[in-house]
Design a protein around this ligand. Structure first.
Ligand SMILES: [Zn+2]
Length: 531
């Protein structure tokens, strides 16, 4: 049986940019477009060409290889011809494959927002589509407020959509702009529209204001639409857009869809889904949602000791899909409630075999529990966990020792009268019986410490030469003056390894120092042959 192709349209760089607190730099946009392209979405919408310097520069060249690169703009204004409309002109100057114009489709919005007549609005839709097609590009029309417009005046909303279709646009996208429509209403209205416009030309653009953007997108597909618009991790204005990550997993893995649907995301790309989702959050500098559907670190996690052993015997009882299919993994968590079998499983993941009756195991469990009570979160810092475990089980040599360190930060005016800050760190260490004092300056105290420690690690210097700190996350664990700071550091090396370490202290520099030292020790543990 030939499968039906569902087209995926990503609007992370346009609608996603509307998320409070999100502002993509051009570099972010380039990286995200590339990620989406590699993931296998069909359309990458990049923003509004001509609207601001970032978008204008971004649209100066095509940013995708496989996916269609899309610019977004308004239909031509009433009263001017398409060729004289500056908005349309900016769209046509962009290096895009497709152009999506947004049109009003509710007569209320036509009257109030556009201050024009229903007839004039239809002319704008038709002429805008014609102008895009004349430039040799594919045209799409986003029918703004379509579902509310349809409820108020079905004939006119439909007339707008049909006008766009008849003018030759590839996709007529039905938008639930304020996100209030329910799945059963979406299904009913899309079914009606599909009597006038073939489903293969219909798209759905859903917002998550009632927590149902994914459900609404699927309802539209069930009713005949063949394009879904959404964003990575569902970011977007207010409560966000339809989450493409969840939709990709559902369309690929759930037999209700898998059996007849085909998308541009293949098996290999699907297994990257978790990584893509988390990497995107890293670009936004926010912690991934641990409970995100399919890709959250807790999506296939369990805490209870009894469940843990049952899960290992019969995973399908507890897991609705196989975690590995989307690049996630089963986690039997090291935590307060964790029993011995959880620990043994977690240790196995790190490649450590330990007998259940080994007394050192009890010592390790006690240490982990004690530290977690102080604010350590080993679930988020597996490298620190492995290091701690190997130490307690007697597998790690101590290669260097930090006797003390001191940092200072100076804020002053430079010769040009500008404010500048300089940080310095002095570290006393011992390596192979030799005492070393290392001094370095850095952009901040942690950077200075890092430089001072890594300046001269004697014969181990080569082992850490390719170590790079790539992310630094700080969380304040309890408010007030006695706040505890937790620092997570992500490190990478030349072999493609990536690991996370943790530090906890009342002092942010010291918490950072602990995470930093763990990262160096972890790298040495992996690369220095045992004596
Ligand atoms: Zn939207």
């Amino acid at each position: 049986m030939t499968k039906t192709r569902i087209s995926l349209f990503d609007t992370t760089l346009r609608d996603g940019q509307q998320t409070p607190g999100v502002d993509f730099s051009i570099q972010d946009k380039i990286i995200i477009a590339q990620m989406l392209d590699e993931l296998g979405v069909d359309y990458v919408e990049g923003g509004y060409p001509g609207a601001n310097p970032t978008d204008t520069e971004f649209f100066g060249q095509k940013r995708t290889t496989n996916a269609s690169f899309v610019g977004f703009g308004m239909t031509k204004r009433p009263g001017v011809s398409a060729s004289n409309d500056p908005g349309i002109a900016a769209l046509l100057q962009s290096k895009t494959d497709s152009i999506c114009v947004v049109a009003k489709t509710g007569d209320y919005h036509v009257r109030v927002a556009l201050c024009t007549t229903n007839e004039e609005n239809l002319v704008s839709i038709r002429q805008s589509v014609e102008a895009v097609l004349a430039s040799g590009r594919e045209a799409m029309v986003d029918c703004e407020h379509f579902f509310d417009g349809y409820k108020a005046n079905p004939d006119y909303a439909l007339q707008c959509a049909v006008t766009a279709h008849e003018a030759g646009c590839r996709w007529v996208v039905l938008c639930d702009t304020n996100g209030g429509t329910q799945p059963s209403e979406i299904s009913e209205i899309v079914r009606e529209v599909a009597k006038h416009i073939p489903g293969e030309n219909l798209g759905i653009h859903a917002h998550d204001d009632t927590g149902q953007a994914v459900a609404n997108s699927l309802a539209a597909i069930d009713a005949g639409a063949r394009q879904i618009q959404g964003t990575i991790n569902g970011i977007g204005e207010r409560c966000g857009n339809a989450n493409l990550i969840s939709l990709i997993a559902t369309l690929s893995l759930k037999s209700k869809y898998r059996d007849w649907v085909e998308i541009g995301v293949g098996e290999n790309q699907l297994s990257e889904l978790t990584r893509v989702s988390h990497r995107f959050d890293e670009i936004l500098n926010r912690a991934p949602d641990t409970q995100a559907a399919y890709v959250g670190t807790s999506a296939f996690a369990t805490k209870a000791g009894i469940h843990a052993s049952a899960i290992l015997k019969e995973p399908e009882t507890y897991e609705h899909v196989r975690p590995g299919d989307i690049g996630n993994s089963r986690r039997v968590m090291v935590s307060d409630q964790g029993g011995k079998s959880n620990f043994i499983t977690e240790l196995k993941r790190c490649g450590i075999e330990v007998a259940k009756d080994d007394p050192r195991l009890d010592g390790l469990i006690a240490t982990v529990k004690e530290r977690e009570a102080k604010g350590y979160a080993y679930e988020a810092a597996e490298a620190s966990f492995e290091l701690l475990a190997r130490r307690r089980l007697g597998h790690v040599r101590k290669l260097f020792h930090i006797e003390s360190y001191r940092t200072q930060v100076e804020r002053r005016y430079n010769a040009n009268g500008e404010i500048t800050t300089v940080s310095e760190a002095v570290v006393r260490m011992e390596i192979d019986g030799h005492s070393i004092i290392s001094v370095a300056e850095g952009q901040g105290p942690v950077n200075a410490l890092d430089k001072a420690i890594r300046k001269d690690l004697g014969k181990y210097q080569e082992n850490i030469a390719d170590l790079e700190l790539v992310d630094f996350k700080v969380r304040i664990l309890n408010g007030g003056t006695e706040a505890i700071t937790r620092v997570l550091i992500d490190s990478i090396d030349g072999s493609g390894g990536r690991w996370t370490t943790i530090g906890v202290s009342e002092n942010i520099i010291d918490a950072s120092f602990q995470a930093l030292i763990d990262s160096i020790n972890y790298k040495l543990m992996k690369t220095v042959p045992s004596a």
